[in-house]
Design a protein around this ligand. Structure first.
Ligand code: NAD
Length: 317
């Protein structure tokens, strides 16, 4: 059996790191993973996670999704330039009121999250079409379906990703290629920490009092609790993604977090689009106590299920 060649971007941390290590450790050795990162000096954590797979089913390469030359050099360095599965994972976040963000900051987010994917696909898709073989997997987000308060630019970048892939999917099918969007809810990674810390440092002097108060005392105040309650781990996302790349007929969209599904379902339930907006508004401004109580209840349930899982594991040992 020939191994499938998997190219993953943004592997120095978080989901990309977990994905690279998990796929390279596949028990049946079905994959050869090229784990790429912008800065090779940040490869220590991946080297550790890869363990004995390094140099066997995993190789580390340089790739900056904002630099076409680096993408081409990386693909050119692969045997026959072959990529069977492209996993576009590199990305960044941005939170806060838009009046406090510069157009430059916003462009960096679009350049990384959206044009980063476009550059990769431009380089890899023609070869996939020629071979009539390939799977493009994109780590999108539930925010590619449903915008969230103070994530305006990040959500816009993920909506762009989803629109791009939806358009491309029909053409891809003509060449027997698959496209899949993985849509996680909150995931506890460096991303969440970096975005929160940047959020705390936001200069709110350009925002009016109501907006500044909303950002500090509602959004940032609840941020950690939402991640602690609903957050998955990078390893969870890696398991979901492994499942998707090993399916005969992979789905176009895959949400990883069932706790989040009711929120995205609202979007499809009302063609006018008012239902999710009204629901979010009421949840944040009118029923905040119920919202907080629900989060605490969910947290307790998840803590109990983790506890019983740990005990079971201990008993077996
Ligand atoms: P992370 O910050 O740990 O990982 C992002 C990676 O992308 C980093 O290794 C970073 O160095 C890399 N990167 C950034 N710019 C790059 C560039 N120009 N070229 C190459 N690499 C670059 O965060 P993560 O949570 O692992 O994020 C991975 C993906 O998951 C992102 O696309 C993100 O939007 C998405 N996502 C994250 C969450 C979450 O809550 N953490 C939720 C849904 C989706």
């Amino acid at each position: 059996m020939t191994q499938k060649v998997v190219l993953i971007t943004g592997c120095s941390s978080g989901i990309g790191l977990s994905l690279a290590a998990r796929i390279a450790k596949d028990e049946k050795k079905r994959f050869m993973v090229y784990a790429t990162m912008r800065n090779l000096s940040k490869g220590e954590a991946l080297v550790k996670a890869a363990g004995r797979t390094l140099g066997r089913t995993l190789e580390i390469k340089q790739l900056d999704v904002c630099d076409e030359d680096s993408i081409r050099a990386c693909v050119d360095s692969l045997p026959d330039r072959r990529v069977d599965i492209l996993i576009s994972n590199a990305g960044m976040g941005l939170i806060g009121p838009i009046e406090c963000q510069s157009i430059g900051e916003m462009k960096t987010v679009m350049d990384t999250n959206f044009f980063g994917l476009v550059r990769l696909v431009k380089e890899i898709l023609p070869d996939m079409k020629r071979r009539k073989r390939g799977h493009i997997v994109v780590i999108s987000s539930v925010m590619g379906i449903q915008g969230i308060l103070f994530n305006d630019i990040y959500a816009a970048s993920k909506f762009a990703v989803e629109g791009f892939c939806e358009s491309l999917a029909v053409q891809a099918l003509r060449f027997q290629l698959n496209i899949s969007l993985i849509e996680p809810g909150p995931v506890i990674t460096e991303f969440e920490r970096k975005v929160y810390e940047e959020g705390l440092k936001t200069d709110l002097s350009k925002a009016d009092e109501v907006t500044a108060d909303m950002f500090t005392n509602i959004y940032l105040k609840n941020y950690k609790q939402i991640f602690e309650t609903l957050g998955q781990t990078a390893d969870d996302i890696a398991e979901h993604t492994l499942k998707i790349i090993t399916m005969d007929n992979p789905p176009f969209r895959h949400q990883t977090n069932t706790l989040y599904t009711p929120m995205t379902t609202l979007k499809y339930a009302d063609p006018n689009g008012d239902l999710p907006i009204d629901t979010f508004y009421k949840m944040v401004f009118e029923h905040d106590k119920i919202f907080n109580a629900s989060l605490n209840f969910l947290k307790l349930l998840r803590w109990r299920s983790r506890k019983s899982f740990t005990l079971e594991k201990d008993n077996n040992n």
